[in-house]
Design a protein around this ligand. Structure first.
Ligand SMILES: [Zn+2]
Length: 487
């Protein structure tokens, strides 16, 4: 009997291994080739100089609203008017909250759904003390060593200037889009987008605009970021995580620390936070992460294909591997990050009130409400009060990878960046695009930047720059995307 069971088990193992091998071998590529279309007449020097001028205007978003420099933002509007005369003659331009911009290029076919290209005018400040570390001053817009240097070259004046260059170019060539094209540039993305993107989206909603797709910043073409992939990856964000900060507080008696009670408010609070950290949210490979494995898997080595092509059996193996990397773990679960802690203000005083803030980044599928409920259940201590801080938002819906607009985007990437592997992914941060999910069938997050992994720290960091050649690709990408969208 025992022998029979053993041989049946062995046979089953052989079958399972065979299935896995077949699935790995047949893991079908989702990439396709698209002829790169020749776009002539884009003057590399001219567009670089235009971007340089845009960098020189310090359109900074400060955490302190009193530091907002309105006149510089208005100067930025004037720069756009002067640089793109055709755009300002043909498109309808509106200002929203005085500093945000919405352009409409009316299409010839009213039956077609409009599209929306996003960017933001504002940039983050330079961390004080780091100015001297820049090879070229951060607001110089220097064009040197084959690069355009300065704050906003990556995040994300390239989108603002790049889309306008593309429209200016197309207008000069006599192009007229079939579908209406909107361009929207908020002025406060780096500090919430509440007055820019949120208001612009509300305006579109009020006008009953229903967009086919929205394209915002997010992923880019990146080399060396994905282990096991020997080609640049062009990552398209199809969803972004939600955001929630919860304040946990415990109130008690206080008093002198020479006669403490058995448990202080600080002790109770810390036990609660420890429980949250110990009971992490469960990992889930679904939505954007699952799509990513489907797109990247077939392009990887056989060992990787074996695992990624057989998630029905091996998802546990994959999860345990991915959990070793905080970035990968963040793509699979709602994360729990205790950040601010406060107790007594004096070493020999017991805290009357102890508070802690925990920042959660929500995986699509979780909601702010479900996170609060889970925290209550995990802590299971009535003495710990929970309060949600302002500024939270649920995760975005997951956009469709089977839509025409996704394949238009993929085609444009293949044309503009031959050899890059296109893949959906989950955006871990927040972009302006979250406000547009209610007016757009699909929202994608991709900027045609071509970067190496080590360049990522330049965003919001020191020595932000874009190569002149890459900026030309940016402009050509938007020209191509608009043309492809109109097919
Ligand atoms: Zn940005």
């Amino acid at each position: 009997m025992k022998k029979k069971i053993l041989s049946a088990a062995a046979a089953l193992a052989v079958i399972i291994v065979a299935i896995c091998l077949v699935r790995a071998a047949m893991f079908k590529s989702k990439q396709f080739t698209a002829e790169s279309a020749a776009i002539s007449g884009v003057d590399q020097r001219h567009i670089a100089e235009n971007l340089s001028k845009a960098i020189r205007l310090r359109t900074i978003s400060h955490q302190d609203p009193a530091k907002f420099d309105g006149p510089t933002f208005l100067a930025f509007h004037r720069l756009l008017e002067n640089t793109f005369p055709r755009v300002h003659k043909t498109l309808i331009r509106e200002t929203v909250s005085k500093y945000g911009l919405l352009y409409m290029w009316k299409g010839t076919d009213p039956r077609r759904k409009p599209i929306l290209l996003l960017g933001h005018i504002d940039v983050v400040p330079i961390e004080s003390g780091t100015e001297k570390d820049w090879t070229h001053p951060p607001f110089s817009g220097a064009i040197a060593d084959g690069y355009i240097w300065g704050r906003g070259t990556l995040d994300i004046k390239v989108n603002v200037m790049g889309t306008l260059e593309a429209v200016e170019y197309l207008l000069a060539s006599g192009y007229r889009p079939k579908e209406t094209i909107y361009l929207a540039f908020g002025h406060d993305e780096e500090v919430s987008g509440l007055n820019g993107a949120r208001k612009i989206a509300a305006l579109l909603k009020e006008r009953k605009v229903s967009l086919d797709y929205t394209l915002d910043e997010g992923g880019c073409v990146i080399e060396g970021a994905i282990a096991g992939l020997n080609a640049p990856a062009a990552l398209i964000g199809i969803a972004e995580k939600g955001y929630l900060s919860l304040e946990f507080s415990v109130e008690g008696e206080g008093g002198h620390s020479s006669m403490p009670p058995r448990q202080t408010t600080a002790g109770i609070l810390c036990a609660a936070i420890a429980k949250l950290e110990k009971n992490q949210f469960p990992t889930r490979i679904e939505g954007a992460a699952l799509q990513m494995f489907r797109y990247l898997g077939p392009e990887m080595s056989f060992a990787n294909r074996l695992v990624l092509g057989n998630l029905w059996l091996l998802s546990g193996v994959l999860k345990s591997q991915l959990l070793k990397s905080p970035a990968m773990a963040a793509g699979m679960r709602t994360t729990t990050a205790p950040t601010m802690l406060q107790g007594s203000v004096k070493e020999n005083l017991l805290p009357i009130k102890s508070t802690a803030v925990v920042n959660f980044r929500l995986l699509p599928g979780d909601t702010m409400e479900s996170v609060i409920k889970r925290a209550e259940k995990t802590i299971n201590d009535k003495r710990v009060k929970i309060r949600a801080l302002e500024g939270g938002n649920d995760p975005s819906p997951v956009s469709d990878t089977e839509s025409t607009s996704f394949s238009t985007l993929q085609k444009t990437i293949h044309q503009s960046f031959p050899g890059a592997i296109v893949s959906p992914y989950l955006v871990l941060g927040a972009t302006d695009s979250r406000y547009y999910t209610g007016v757009s069938a699909n929202v994608y997050r991709f900027t045609p930047l071509s970067l190496k992994n080590e360049d990522l720290k330049r965003m919001h960091g020191t020595n932000e720059r874009i190569s002149v050649a890459n900026y030309e690709q940016v402009v050509k990408f938007f020209i191509q995307l608009i043309k492809n969208s109109g097919v």
